[in-house]
Design a protein around this ligand. Structure first.
Ligand code: ZN
Ligand code: ZN
Length: 344
């Protein structure tokens, strides 16, 4: 039994314009074959969305942003279980060599819901059936909307290959940094994280991580020699160079940050220290299957620790306020989330 569609056949949807973002009323057409229409209950705003909002990366004009989506089905194939679903936004072709080898995250023909395909900053969104992951009934929609960034962090932690005695330095305590720190915490001896704003310091402490101010990182790294540095800042920061500088010889640097343009690092130091520099893009599969699925399955365990990361919620009608709050960390924001249902 599926829920009734809300508010007739018109829905509100955010779209990138030539120089901003706007809300438009669109008529919901017939549901395309193989898709499920979800009523969006929550959609988080992430660092990539902020780069697009500021035009540091170019959005596709007319496209619908939002890739941290949870919702409930309002239309779809028969037999779909009534549940809260988290949406895995990667869509892959299933036919290329990479997909054939199980590396669908490397599919060159892939798209992303909320980047190329219509996303979740809308009242409804149509997504492919395989993108849906049912969420445990004890996890609220707000917490469940952290599934996507948790999956991003989970892949990075897989790539770090942590040992029980490992020391980890996370650069950046936005939600991705904090989530990576949380997952690393349960697999490593100690995890430090750079934190700039009071809410980040507080969140890091609450998660059992060691918050470091900018002036403290070098001394901490000198003393503890992190085996792994997880870079999550990106943008215009010089954190790639710092990661290579702070990592112990023979260690690993995992790059999660979304950088804008080309960044430099000291290649001589990289070579001399034999540091492995590893890119980590969204999520893929392990022999246990989908990493996104694994992140959704971890949510009941971490839900009490995830909840305080959700600092601000906005209606769809206050979309620009949501972006501004997420952009200016002096607002106290960690994760800013849009709740479309509150738009009425
Ligand atoms: Zn994102
Ligand atoms: Zn493919």
């Amino acid at each position: 039994m599926l829920c009734e569609p809300p508010g007739g056949s018109l829905m509100q949807q955010a779209r990138w314009t030539a120089d901003g973002i706007e809300l438009v009323d669109v008529a919901a057409g017939p549901l395309p074959e193989g898709r499920v229409r979800l009523k969006v209950l929550a959609n988080g705003i992430c660092g990539t969305d902020l780069h697009l909002y500021r035009r540091e990366l170019p959005p596709l004009e007319g496209s619908v942003p939002g890739h941290e989506i949870v919702g409930v089905p309002i239309d779809g194939p028969a037999g779909l279980t009534e549940s809260l679903y988290a949406v895995e936004p990667r869509v892959w072709c299933g036919e290329c060599d990479f997909c054939g080898a199980g590396d669908h995250h490397l599919c060159p023909n892939g798209t992303v819901i909320g980047i190329q395909d219509a996303g979740g900053l809308a009242e409804w969104v149509d997504v492919p059936r395989p993108s849906l992951h049912p969420v445990d009934a004890d996890v609220s929609p707000l917490v469940a909307s952290l599934a996507e960034p948790l999956a991003v962090s989970l892949r990075a932690v897989h790539l770090t290959r942590l040992e029980a005695d490992s020391r980890v330095l996370v650069l950046g305590s936005g939600s991705i940094g904090l989530l990576a720190g949380l997952l690393a915490r349960d697999r490593a001896a100690r995890v430090a994280i750079t934190a700039r704003y009071p809410q980040q310091v507080e969140a890091a402490r609450r998660l059992g991580l060691e918050p470091l101010g900018e002036s403290e990182v070098e001394a901490w790294s000198g003393e503890f020699g992190p085996d792994v540095v997880i870079e999550t800042v990106g943008g215009f920061a010089n954190t790639l160079a710092e990661a290579v500088q702070f990592c112990r010889p023979g260690g690993r640097v995992v790059v999660l940050g979304v950088f804008v343009g080309e960044r430099t690092l000291n290649a001589l130091v990289l070579m001399a220290k034999e540091i492995r520099l590893i890119g980590s893009n969204m999520y893929g599969s392990t022999r246990r299957g989908s990493e996104f699925r694994a992140a959704v399955d971890l949510m009941p365990r971490y839900r009490a620790e995830l909840e305080p990361l959700q600092t601000h919620q906005f209606r769809l009608s206050a979309l620009n306020d949501a972006f501004k709050c997420a952009l200016d960390k002096r607002s106290g924001s960690i994760k800013v989330t849009v709740i479309p249902d509150a738009a009425a």
